[in-house]
Design a protein around this ligand. Structure first.
Ligand code: PBG
Length: 328
């Protein structure tokens, strides 16, 4: 008998737009996104960040316009970063009850009660040396920094922040913040931990935007070595044990294996941070006409969800929401 040649016809499920939609496994929605906004003191300021076209440092008046725009596009979550001039050794502005983020949070929540405000809880935007904590012997002192971080988290919660997102990579930051929030009457406020944060060159444009470049050294004694995978599991395990409610992996694009690892090992919502450098690279290539920006952005953000993230912090949030509206 003659041998029958057999093979599978995978192309059956790719034959048309409708067929492809029918079998698509991963989708983006506006509510998947957390949109980062840089707030600056003063009024009538809208400074475009040179390395991040389309992203601005905004004074309070413009902040509300920006939030309105995001809201109208269906985005329901923003993360705020402060740009200030009065910096000191310990970053006092971070935990001042009338600090820039506290005031911005109050303002946004007053006009947009159902826009979730995520507070980035860190000191680097407020310290004169640009490091994420208190300096002792030219390095960041872990436990002294924890105390200030806890104070920052409580003042952000008092101002109305819906989610506290500690990002300074001190050991124990989740448990210390959890305890401080609970004691201050905020046991209902979740912690979105930057559990897995690498010492990455992809943060360059953000540091220009937030004026938070370290004035000496680097962040390698507290942020993680990009070469390490098992360390990501150790970091996330600690944060889960300490009471984290969400786990962030940052950056996203070069770390999709880590996103998958965290997804497979933990049952909390996983957040991928599509960082500034990942944004700038796409913008630069697009401005040169070298890539199809829309197709490329949709592809890479979809890949972050496919890798296992539930949510994405991205400077592209508004663009994606607009494109999703257009394609409906
Ligand atoms: C604060 C913080 C940083 C980013 C988010 N929170 C900067 C850093 O760690 O140096 C970077 C975000 C981005 O690059 O988009 N520590």
């Amino acid at each position: 008998m003659e041998q029958q040649l057999t093979f599978k016809r995978h192309r059956r499920l790719r034959a048309s737009t409708s067929m492809r939609s029918l079998v698509r496994e991963t989708h983006l929605r506006p509510t998947d996104f957390i949109y980062p906004i840089f707030v600056i003191e003063g009024s009538n300021i809208k400074n475009e960040i040179p390395s991040m076209p389309g992203i601005y440092q905004l004074s309070f008046d413009h902040l509300l316009e920006e939030v309105q725009e995001a809201y109208d596009l269906g985005i329901r979550s923003i993360i705020l970063f402060g740009v200030v001039s009065n910096k000191d050794e310990i970053g006092s502005e971070a935990f001042h009850d009338h600090g820039i983020i506290q005031e911005a949070t109050r303002m946004v929540k007053k006009d947009f009660p159902d826009m979730l405000v995520v507070a980035d809880t860190c000191l680097c935007e407020y310290t004169s040396h640009g490091h994420c904590g208190v300096i002792q012997n030219r390095d960041v002192d872990n436990d002294a920094s924890l105390e200030l971080l806890a104070k920052t988290a409580v003042s952000q919660a008092k101002a109305g922040a819906d989610i506290i997102a500690p990002s300074n990579m001190m050991d124990g930051f989740v448990v210390v913040i959890r305890q401080a929030l609970d004691e201050a009457g905020f046991n209902h406020i979740p912690i979105m931990s930057y559990a897995v944060k690498y010492a990455s060159a992809f943060y360059g444009p953000f540091r220009d935007a937030a004026d938070s470049t370290p004035q000496f050294g680097d962040r390698k004694t507290y942020q993680m070595d990009p070469a390490n995978r098992l360390e990501a599991i150790r970091e996330a395990t600690s944060d889960v044990e300490e009471g984290a409610d969400f786990l962030i992996v940052k950056p996203a694009l070069s770390y999709l294996d880590i996103v998958r690892e965290v997804r497979d090992n933990f049952d909390l919502p996983v957040v991928a941070y599509n960082v500034s450098g990942e944004y700038s690279m796409v913008k630069a290539a697009a401005q040169n006409g070298w890539i199809d920006e829309r197709a490329l952005v949709m592809e890479k953000l979809t890949s972050m969800k496919r890798a296992g993230s539930d949510l994405i912090i991205s400077y592209f949030a508004k663009d994606v929401a607009k494109w999703l509206q257009e394609s409906n």
